[in-house]
Ligand binder design. Structure first.
Ligand code: ADP
Length: 485
């Protein structure tokens, strides 16, 4: 469908943020070089422009960072909660003040649209720090005993899809509960975490409470195996999550693992179609579908399949794919060449296995990593694209006839992170939600996040909960008489 009118370019200025040519590791309150002097480049996925060189931390650097965190732990954990809260409130306010810089930086390094970093990521990042700042002096009222204690030094490993938001999910509860941290951002998106290091300095956070070490999977593995880490918090792929679980088995390290997903978005025949279509689009095309809780399987009731698909295709034809810094862009770039190759291969498998592929007409930029929004119909549960996490803007459409069939198909997955239900009937929402094996179930909405709400998975989507009061538990040893759980 031709656009009714053309949009004029509306680029956000990238001049609001200064990017240094190179960055070191943030250890004990200082930026330092990696022991081996190794560096790697981070590029803008929408242009392939090199943004900066970043230090590659070795096991020796990890050891320095863990020692700094251990040294800082004594004083930090002994501070009254009201004092720790002051730092967290300060960090939250600085994030708000500098949110424009951070949004532009995140968009440059990740490739996601500025509309998302500005309106979703950054407000949620600040909200997480505000929320957990509020808990810092109320830990005795969290239902974890009168005087729950921090675990110690937390090693935190985060992915590239929501770089700063995943940092907030990890660092805010850890600090509120009196732990110190060594955090490793993903190798393709290190810049906002390094910017955050500077915010810690600006907030006057005591040295060593937050340490940021950049590097690849090897750096992450060195952090996991360091003997003086008390807890691992990991968000990423199921394969790496399993490797981490194997590595720490037999140690007293605690872990929370937030892994992959293959969320079912279930549309019943009484759902308001226009709203459902918006929810389907948000469910799978938000952040180019690079979302672990994406609604990547659309289960649509057979009687409304054609109507929903027609509306959905019409809506997809209006999505704007392109320059992520343009304020009118809906879909930005895929984060890396590797991820693009993975999405491309899985989509080809979908076609080879007989599903029907459709994309709206759209011009993709010539440089950078791009993938058009894609729908597959005639998908069965046996198809690879109905089973494997694609982590890209690819929706697999399946049908069902009865609520029982919808539940059975939704649960027929190795994962269990999210699901969505679209129906007019409140009783149906409750009945279906209760039978879905998914950590988060959205009703008549999708991909909505809030710091007060716990998030986490069933089955191969991982264990432990982040967010809300539950998120405190992952960083505290209860003070109950039975002691360690
Ligand atoms: P994705 O497939 O989404 O890139 P990964 O699980 O590979 O997810 O990466 C998530 C995070 O885990 C990144 O910060 C990455 O560097 C890190 N990582 C990768 N391999 C390992 C490993 N063996 N041990 C610890 N961390 C790892």
């Amino acid at each position: 469908m031709a656009s009714v009118f053309e949009y004029a370019p509306a680029p956000e200025s990238r001049a609001v943020v200064d990017i240094a040519p190179s960055y070191g590791l943030f250890i004990d309150g200082e930026f330092t070089e990696a022991a081996g002097g190794k560096v790697f480049k981070t590029v803008s996925p929408s242009t392939e422009e090199v943004l900066a060189e970043v230090a590659q931390a070795s096991a020796e650097d990890i050891d320095r960072a863990v020692k700094a965190a251990r040294k800082a732990f004594g004083k930090w954990s002994a501070l009254p909660g009201t004092e720790r809260a002051k730092y967290l409130f300060r960090i939250a306010r600085i994030i708000q003040e500098r949110s424009r810089e951070l949004a532009v930086l995140e968009t440059l390094d990740n490739g996601k649209p500025i509309r998302e970093t500005r309106d979703t990521d950054l407000p949620l990042v600040a909200a997480h720090f505000f929320y957990y700042a509020g808990w810092a002096d109320k830990l005795g009222h969290a239902g974890l005993g009168a005087d729950p204690r921090p675990l110690g030094v937390a090693g935190q490993i985060i992915p590239w899809n929501f770089p700063l938001l995943m940092l907030a999910w990890k660092i805010a509860p850890a600090l509120a509960t009196g732990n110190t941290v060594v955090l490793k951002p993903a190798e393709t998106t290190p810049l906002s975490a390094l910017f955050f290091a500077d915010i810690c300095r600006q907030a006057g956070l005591p040295k060593g409470v937050v340490n940021i070490v950049t590097g690849d999977g090897g750096t992450g593995a060195a952090l996991v195996s360091h003997p003086d880490i008390d807890k691992i918090a990991f968000t990423g792929s199921t394969a790496v999550g399993k490797a981490i679980a194997r590595e720490i088995a037999g140690t007293d390290k605690r872990a929370t693992l937030e892994l992959g997903g293959k969320g079912a978005n279930i549309v019943f025949d009484d759902a308001p179609v226009d709203q459902a279509v918006e929810g389907i689009v948000t469910g799978i095309f938000f952040n180019q579908g690079q979302v672990c809780c994406a609604g990547s399987r659309l289960l649509v009731q057979e009687s409304v399949h054609d109507e929903v698909l027609e509306s959905l295709k019409r809506r997809l034809s209006t999505l704007r794919v392109g320059d992520p810094l343009d304020k009118n862009t809906d879909l930005g770039a895929i984060n890396s060449a590797e991820q693009l190759a993975r999405i491309t291969a899985l989509a080809e498998t979908g076609e080879a296995e007989g599903a029907e592929r459709w994309s709206p007409a759209c011009d993709l930029p010539s440089s950078g990593y791009w993938f058009a929004p894609t729908l597959f119909t005639n998908v069965t549960q046996a198809h690879t694209i109905a089973r494997d996490e694609i982590f890209g803007p690819v929706l697999s459409v399946l049908t069902f006839r009865t609520p029982e069939e919808a539940v059975a198909k939704a649960n027929n997955t190795q994962y269990g992170l999210s699901a969505g239900i679209w129906t007019e009937k409140g009783s149906r929402i409750l009945a279906v939600a209760a039978r879905l094996r998914a950590g988060v179930v959205w009703a008549n909405t999708f991909n909505k996040f809030d710091p007060t709400s716990p998030f986490g998975g069933y089955k191969e989507s991982g264990y432990g909960r982040e967010g809300g009061r539950h998120g405190l538990e992952a960083y505290l040893a209860p003070s109950s008489p039975e002691g360690e759980r």
